[in-house]
Every structure is written in structure tokens, then in C-alpha cells.
Design a protein. Structure first.
Length: 76
């Protein structure tokens, strides 16, 4: 899943769930992808952080948030 695909899926999920906070939306994006997506996103996040080990699901959620917030730019 590319960063662009992460952003699109995040945006669509946010439209479907407007009452959730960003982390809850990211968790939905990760959960919907199944185990392969969890491992893919978690491994990319751990590589970005320079770590060898970490809990898969929270690391995957962190990666989704990192991608979305990075592309979103600085706060106004």
C-alpha cells in the first residue's frame, strides 16, 4: 500500500466515521486491511524509526498517522 493509498483510505474512512479521532480512524484503516497490511505498515514504521522490534498493530497505526500528518503539513 503506497502512502497515497493510505491517505485516500484514511480520508474515506474519516468521511464514514466523522465522530472518531485521528488515531481511531487510523486503527480502522489498519484493521480493515487484515494481517498482511498490519505487518506491512508496522515494518515500514519500524524502519522509519530505526527500530528492529515493536508491537505490530500499534506500529501500523502509528505509520498511518505519520503518513497522514506528514502530508497534511504544519498546523495553521
Amino acid at each position: 500500500m503506497t502512502d497515497e493509498e493510505v491517505v485516500v483510505e484514511f480520508a474515506l474512512t474519516r468521511l464514514d466515521n466523522p465522530g472518531l479521532d485521528l488515531e481511531e480512524i487510523a486503527a480502522l484503516v489498519v484493521r480493515r486491511g487484515g494481517p498482511e497490511r498490519v505487518l506491512d505498515l508496522a515494518s515500514r514504521n519500524l524502519a522509519t524509526r530505526g527500530e528492529l522490534r515493536g508491537a505490530a498493530f500499534p506500529s501500523a497505526v502509528e505509520h498511518v498517522l505519520r503518513v497522514v500528518l506528514t502530508l497534511r503539513g504544519p498546523a495553521d
